[in-house]
Design a protein around this ligand. Structure first.
Ligand code: NI
Length: 227
């Protein structure tokens, strides 16, 4: 499932996040890359264990935990601490696949990357290029969203970032281990959840059929989840 999630961060949160990270020192995005990424990746990143990255990451995590659409779609079990990157002056990240497992440097804390997420942190009119291109079963999708908006997509997808030819693209990116490893099963649960919520608005939360459908949702989750 590829899902845009609007307004994860409010404008004031984007502004304070930008103040925080723009003032911090950035490094070559390849400082921590593997061999294959190095061939296609040109960008800057905030060092992931820097104070600004940690503090900024907390703002992002707090916003995610308060976002019902994100929770319903991702069913998160673990979230890798959000990172930040920047593209300008023709920088690009060619077609690649994200690592299957990320280990936090200096620890044995690891996340299986089921879902990748990008949250855009710049006005899309302030830069040219920088689209996130994601290959799906239905062709290549081009994503360029407003500041504070995000996109969730399977980490199994090949994807790239188009060259930024004017201005600067700033974003937060990270990975999610879901309680539901299988993308199709997770998508089915999400569709069921969203349909129950829509029906409940029409017939009332206490309607016996809604109660039964809600039980079906939770019992499927109980069968499938690795909590
Ligand atoms: Ni990637």
């Amino acid at each position: 499932m590829l899902l845009p999630i609007p307004a994860i961060l409010q404008p004031d949160e984007v502004a304070s996040l930008r103040r925080l990270i723009d003032a911090a020192p950035w490094e070559d995005g390849n400082a921590t890359s593997g061999h294959q990424a190095r061939l296609v990746k040109q960008n800057l990143q905030l060092p992931e264990e820097s104070d600004a990255a940690r503090e900024g990451g907390q703002i992002v995590l707090a916003a995610l935990s308060a976002n019902p659409l994100f929770i319903a779609a991702a069913l998160p079990s673990r979230i890798y601490p959000p990172m930040f990157n920047s593209y300008a002056g023709g920088q690009t990240y060619g077609l690649h696949i994200d690592n299957a497992v990320r280990i936090r440097p200096g620890t044995d804390w690891r996340v299986r990357c089921d879902l990748s997420m990008t949250i855009f942190l710049e006005d899309p009119n302030a830069y040219d290029g920088g689209e996130l291109m994601i290959e799906t079963n239905f062709g290549r999708q081009s994503i360029k969203l407003g500041p504070g908006d995000g996109v969730l997509y399977p980490s199994s997808s090949l994807h790239m970032v188009q060259a930024v030819t004017r201005g600067r693209r700033v974003a937060s990116f990270f990975w999610i281990q879901s309680m539901i490893r299988d993308d199709a099963a997770r998508t089915t649960l999400f569709e069921l959840d969203q349909s129950i919520q829509t029906l409940a608005m029409q017939v009332g939360q206490g309607d016996p059929a809604i109660v039964r459908l809600t039980a079906v949702y939770h019992n499927l989750l109980r069968q499938w989840a690795e909590a």
